[in-house]
Design a binder for this molecule. Structure first.
Ligand code: CTP
Length: 405
């Protein structure tokens, strides 16, 4: 999952765990979120605004009544614009104020103006967390639809042990992802995705293929469905289950893939060619199983370049290719994007351990035909898929305003 295109407000209150909000912010921005940080006065005593400002790349909101702050009068607009407000860490004091509608600083005022999901990650002493007043405030907030995470058990800053520790960053991020309404920015689109390897037969039992697992393409198909698109998934043989809701077209060879892709091209508005198409096929496929242990020479002939053909034949679809490179990734990828005449290219360095072929994660460069190059951090393929789609949406929106480089 990714947070690309999401506007978040991260409220930080005066707990010793305020320093952990720095790690949380770093994770949120790495996932693509635009984060406005709002510090209470006490939080700023633990960690200064400069740290949050540097990591978020945005002004930090501290004092509602600071006449110098243009954001001060904008708190309602800011709260309405945000896709979620996350208060982490939250003190017992913040829980009490939020439960009773007190608005005496920027953060509590934002909470009253909020129109989007609110998540609160408390951190405090175990005895305070168990106090009937806090228990009651948490119950009030939950009854109102606020997600209040359970603090974790373990050693506390007080030297004691108990339930009051700030939840781990991945726990908070997972809760946030679950609370956010899905972006439906591909509603009305027809996304055509190719995935997996192709199999080029040698004889009835043997074939030439490659290590593609199909995970990247299947993740793209699933992410496009979540974002509201109609999806056609043309896939070579993989061990994966196609996402429910996609029109699934299984193929074996590059030639079959070409036929299926061209068949669906007319109605496609976005074409993403994540398949690892075999560049060659066997010229003379043996009609019966080849026998014997003698030397054998296979004559190979190039397969049609489906991507280049799609780019040449399309009528308005946005075409995205993939490139697996082992060195000088950006240079080779730029050349490939230009020679194939496509709009964007997703390049990954398959020489690196743990990413690309067969791996769960990927780390890619996104190049576009307007000269842009955008590096995505290493993430799960599902998150990469969302980030790629977010990028495609942004490129298409900007395309009208640009001329090719
Ligand atoms: N592709 C295609 N048809 C082919 C070969 C590749 O549509 N016959 C598409 C793939 O789906 C992918 C992109 O083209 O989107 C990869 O380009 P390609 O030139 O095949 O990359 P490599 O095989 O890595 O090329 P090279 O050997 O030049 O590095």
């Amino acid at each position: 999952m990714s947070l690309t295109g999401r506007e978040l407000i991260l409220g930080v209150t005066g707990s010793i765990a305020a320093y952990k909000a720095v790690y949380l912010l770093r994770e949120l921005t790495a996932l693509g979120a635009a984060v406005s940080v709002c510090l209470t006065e006490h939080a700023a005593a633990f960690v200064g605004p400069l740290t949050f400002r540097t990591l978020s790349g945005r002004p930090v909101l501290t004092n509602l009544f600071d006449p110098q702050s243009p954001e001060a009068v904008e708190h309602v607009a800011l709260a309405e614009r945000a896709h979620a407000i996350l208060v982490a860490p939250a003190t017992a004091n913040l829980l009490a104020k939020a439960a009773h509608g007190i608005a005496d600083d920027f953060l509590t005022t934002l909470l009253l103006a909020a129109r989007s999901p609110v998540l609160i990650a408390p951190a405090m002493d175990g005895g305070m967390w168990a106090h009937p007043a806090v228990v009651e405030n948490v119950a009030t907030l939950r009854a109102r639809g606020v997600t209040v995470l359970e603090p974790e058990a373990g050693p506390l800053a007080s030297g004691l042990s108990g339930q009051g520790r700030f939840p781990e960053v991945p726990t908070i991020v997972a809760a946030l992802l679950g609370a956010l309404a899905p972006v439906r920015d591909l509603a009305g689109e027809h996304v055509l995705v190719t995935a997996g390897p192709t199999r080029e037969p040698i004889d009835p039992v043997r074939y030439i293929s490659n290590r593609s697992s199909g995970k990247m393409g299947y993740s793209l198909a699933a992410a496009a469905l979540r974002r509201g698109a109609r999806v056609t998934l043309v896939s070579g043989p993989t061990a994966l289950t196609p996402p429910a809701g996609a029109v699934f077209v299984p193929v074996q060879t590059a030639e079959e893939m070409r036929e299926a892709v061209l068949h669906h091209l007319a109605s496609a508005t976005i074409v993403i060619k994540a398949a690892a198409v075999a560049d060659y096929r066997v010229r003379h496929v043996a009609p019966a199983k080849i026998k014997g242990k003698r030397d054998l020479a296979l004559e190979l002939t190039p397969n049609p370049d489906i991507l280049a053909e799609v780019a040449a034949r399309r009528t308005g679809a946005f075409v995205v290719g993939f490139a697996a490179e082992t060195h000088d990734v950006a240079v080779h990828a730029r050349a490939k994007l230009e020679s194939k005449g496509i709009d964007a290219l997703v390049a990954n360095d398959v020489s690196q351990q743990g990413i690309g072929f067969e791996a769960e994660e990927n780390e890619v460069l996104l190049l576009d035909r307007w000269g842009g190059t955008h590096a995505l951090p290493r993430m799960a393929k599902t998150a990469v898929a969302d980030a790629i789609l977010g990028h495609i949406v942004a490129l298409r929106a900007a395309a009208g305003k640009k001329t090719p480089a």
